[in-house]
Design a protein around this ligand. Structure first.
Ligand code: NDP
Length: 327
């Protein structure tokens, strides 16, 4: 028997409970993993609460990422005892996920635990941190180097935002952090932010073009914020967009793109190609200050994940939530 969160849905009810399941209950897959740590991402919070249409099949074990040790494998790439990490691939959405003591998945979805991290650190980074690195890589591919000017991070005190601020600062960028929580200003400065702005500056309907402020931006918020971020991006700058914390809409004009040559780059972590994942994790191992990772992380037990999901959606969680599935 093993512990797992299980989401059930019928006509009247959407419920997530801590349950005991058996190995035979696990879905098909060629690698079985003893999960050590998982995390609570924004998407997991939507799945657990039912506030967003994340789960495509019921019953479902949520958890879009995990790190653990291979228990059994029919996959050529992994053997028992190997330490592995999983991000995305529809796990926790249409295939049972990581908020459980056991997971069975396709070995093609796994990557080896990157050297330099233990399982807990890998999940302190989690899908949010790996997505932050994908955003940094996207800006680099657009040629946004630290000498070109400041880089903005929106939703800065959240999971993606916190890791993005830490990464960009270590890479030598001057980071402007946009947050709705002024009380987290000191935290963001400790992560490396040079300047903090109030997210209200960006969250209301704005002009097609505003004064040029940043050379690049990582946006986790979407909606009017993303429109205003693009409108304030400097000539030939780039914006990496990965999130929708304010909204899925994009009430923008083409002006920044056709008059200032701004590039809007979409960042997607779930189906991202294996080579790019490996590159992102390799770069996290090189460019993320482990001491800052501790500052970003709060640990909870598996059973606490249900109540804590509501706090994420209310925007009350700072940084990253790691889930110890074995307590
Ligand atoms: P978090 O909940 O940790 O952070 C989101 C942050 O956004 C909050 O901390 C808050 O930051 C800000 N925020 C919340 N509500 C609003 C609002 N109404 N208006 C403006 N800002 C708001 O989530 P994550 O960091 O884990 O994820 C961020 C986004 O990225 C989510 O939308 C998530 O779905 C998406 N995502 C996408 C991925 C992809 O593959 N494309 C992968 C991972 C995440 P503050 O308090 O500092 O203002």
């Amino acid at each position: 028997m093993f512990n797992a969160l299980l989401i059930d849905k019928n006509d009247q009810d959407y419920q997530t409970r801590l349950r005991q399941l058996q190995e035979e209950d696990l879905p098909a897959g060629d690698v079985t993993v003893a999960v050590e740590y998982s995390t609570l991402n924004y998407k997991d919070a939507l799945a657990i609460t039912g506030k967003g249409p994340v789960v495509r099949r019921f019953p479902m074990v949520p958890g879009i990422d995990f790190a653990g040790r291979v228990e059994g494998s029919d996959h050529g790439g992994f053997k028992p005892g190997d330490r592995v990490v999983l991000n995305g691939w529809g796990v926790g959405e249409k295939h049972w996920g990581g908020l459980a003591q056991r997971a069975r998945v396709s070995g093609d979805w796994l990557i080896p635990l990157p050297a330099g991290f233990d399982s807990r650190q890998a999940m302190a980074i989690g899908t949010a941190g790996y997505t932050a690195m994908l955003c940094v890589l996207a800006l680099e591919r657009q040629g946004i180097t630290p000498d070109l000017g400041e880089v903005l991070v929106t939703g800065a005190a959240g999971g993606v935002g916190s890791v993005a601020v830490a990464l960009l600062a270590k890479l030598g960028y001057r980071v402007i952090a946009s947050t709705g929580r002024p009380q987290e200003g000191e935290y963001l400065r400790q992560l490396g932010a040079a300047e903090i702005i109030d997210r209200n500056e960006l969250s209301s309907p704005g002009k097609p073009l505003a004064s040029e402020r940043w050379a690049g931006a990582i946006d986790t918020v979407g909606s009017h914020t993303l429109a205003n971020v693009c409108a304030s991006t400097r000539y030939n700058g780039a914006v990496a967009a990965c999130g929708l914390a304010q909204g899925m809409d994009l009430p923008a004009t083409v002006a920044p793109f056709i008059l200032r040559g701004v590039t809007l780059v979409g960042v997607e972590s779930v189906m991202c190609a294996r080579e790019r994942r490996l590159e992102a994790w390799q770069r996290l191992a090189e460019d993320l200050d482990i001491a800052k990772l501790e500052l970003i992380t709060r640990e909870i037990a598996l059973g606490e994940a249900i109540d804590t999901a509501g706090e994420i959606l209310a925007g009350k969680i700072r940084g990253r939530l790691v889930v110890d599935v074995n307590r």
